[in-house]
Ligand binder design. Sequence first.
Ligand SMILES: *[C@@H]1O[C@H](CO)[C@@H](O)[C@H](O)[C@H]1NC(C)=O
Ligand SMILES: *[C@@H]1O[C@H](CO)[C@@H](O)[C@H](O)[C@H]1NC(C)=O
Ligand SMILES: *[C@@H]1O[C@H](CO)[C@@H](O)[C@H](O)[C@H]1NC(C)=O
Ligand SMILES: *[C@@H]1O[C@H](CO)[C@@H](O)[C@H](O)[C@H]1NC(C)=O
Ligand SMILES: *[C@@H]1O[C@H](CO)[C@@H](O)[C@H](O)[C@H]1NC(C)=O
Ligand SMILES: *[C@@H]1O[C@H](CO)[C@@H](O)[C@H](O)[C@H]1NC(C)=O
Ligand SMILES: *[C@@H]1O[C@H](CO)[C@@H](O)[C@H](O)[C@H]1NC(C)=O
Ligand SMILES: *[C@@H]1O[C@H](CO)[C@@H](O)[C@H](O)[C@H]1NC(C)=O
Length: 372
Amino acid sequence: MMPLVVTLFCLCVLKMGGFSASVTQATVQSDVLCHDWGVWSEASVRVYDGEVSWIYCPLFSHPTLYSYSQTHNSSLSLLWYRHTHTHDLEQPINLKLHTLHKDREYLWIQPATAQDAGLYICMLRNISSCVKIGVELEVVQRDGECGAGARPHLNLTIPLQSEHTLSCPDLNTLTLPNSTHSVTWYHLCRSDLFRGDRELKGDDLVIYRMSVVYAGLYTCVVSYQMNGRTLQFTRAINVTAVVPDIGSKVPSILNPASDQIYTVTLGDQATLSCRVHLPHLYSEKQEIWWTIDSKTVEQLADPRFSSPEATLDSYYYGDEIRERVLHVMDVSSDDLQREFNCSARNSRGFNTSRAVLKGQRNYTLEMGFMAL
Ligand SMILES: *[C@@H]1O[C@H](CO)[C@@H](O)[C@H](O)[C@H]1NC(C)=O
Ligand SMILES: *[C@@H]1O[C@H](CO)[C@@H](O)[C@H](O)[C@H]1NC(C)=O
Ligand SMILES: *[C@@H]1O[C@H](CO)[C@@H](O)[C@H](O)[C@H]1NC(C)=O
Ligand SMILES: *[C@@H]1O[C@H](CO)[C@@H](O)[C@H](O)[C@H]1NC(C)=O
Ligand SMILES: *[C@@H]1O[C@H](CO)[C@@H](O)[C@H](O)[C@H]1NC(C)=O
Ligand SMILES: *[C@@H]1O[C@H](CO)[C@@H](O)[C@H](O)[C@H]1NC(C)=O
Ligand SMILES: *[C@@H]1O[C@H](CO)[C@@H](O)[C@H](O)[C@H]1NC(C)=O
Ligand SMILES: *[C@@H]1O[C@H](CO)[C@@H](O)[C@H](O)[C@H]1NC(C)=O
């Protein structure tokens, strides 16, 4: 019964052009001619049960770059499918369902429920070419009204004392015709404390003077009316306070301090510690390294010297203290004459400091010899 219906349907649409017919085929059997990009995990979407969600077709960003306007010129059509595990089939999305809505590169689900979770496939095809890609939709239960425990959509660092305006992420995506919306902001699940140094201004939340107590998770809930229904989505912003960008941001070397002596035992292994204060700078590489007589450990390539990567010692509002050690095996009296320097660098400058070694003998060892 079913194949007959499909065949009849195919014959009907064939008259309307081969393009539609081949699309119909894809619903019956997977099309071998379609280039499959697999599942694009970067585009996966996570939504609260009962909230609005939209899936962006990644063919318009990565890995292929189609532009939506260009697709019309190539008579390419964008089609959405759902992958059903039960039949291992790609079923066309039923856009007649009032919750699903196609808008340019997006598939809107208004709202998403647990049954909507799964794999969505967007396909671009014309008579001669076809490409498709999958996007996973995850539907999760929200925990509490403010969505505490939410996975942040945005990590933000705000310098202390500075002004910053928080905008609800993805709010500008909401370009539905004639929709009026409202935005409710929460900080650590409270929505009643925006006065003084913080103020609601339109859809935004303005922080006039950043303070350490204004750090933490902010959530915004956007709600709007559509076809007589109230729809909403929630976004979370993780706000971190950092020290302001004033004064010298050159690394300072805490150890070795200017007159610090490192006492080492001749014939034994020594571990020289270098501790550096690295002031907060936005996403940039700050380096710490040891030199022995102006040569780095790598340049010397002497198995007696090794220096593992720096480790985080402490953290204070974006400023870091990192430690990098230098291991010296089998310390010799010649080593006491060498120049051991720890250096640090970032975009603002360079600093270096010498570790002066003082040798001591291993008395335990000597006592052992004496006992012999
Ligand atoms: C599509 O074609 C129209 C006219 O046929 C042209 O004006 C437009 O620039 C083309 N767009 C692209 C992206 O090629
Ligand atoms: C189909 O799309 C491809 C890829 O964009 C394009 O190169 C080709 O010209 C299109 N074919 C037709 C018949 O429009
Ligand atoms: C935010 O930061 C956390 C912790 O560093 C990280 O796991 C997460 O991927 C970041 N989220 C975004 C959207 O960048
Ligand atoms: C939407 O708003 C425009 C003007 O802003 C108006 O002309 C139009 O009739 C409205 N459409 C609906 C469906 O209300
Ligand atoms: C917020 O960001 C900070 C700093 O990047 C990170 O340590 C913390 O884990 C993040 N919190 C969440 C909930 O992701
Ligand atoms: C280098 O580090 C020292 C502390 O070890 C610090 O006093 C000095 O200001 C730093 N140099 C520069 C140029 O900032
Ligand atoms: C080692 O550090 C000292 C300061 O403690 C400095 O005067 C000297 O130039 C540095 N040497 C090298 C090779 O960087
Ligand atoms: C002294 O030498 C002995 C024997 O080699 C060793 O076990 C001990 O750790 C050394 N002591 C010091 C302080 O380096």
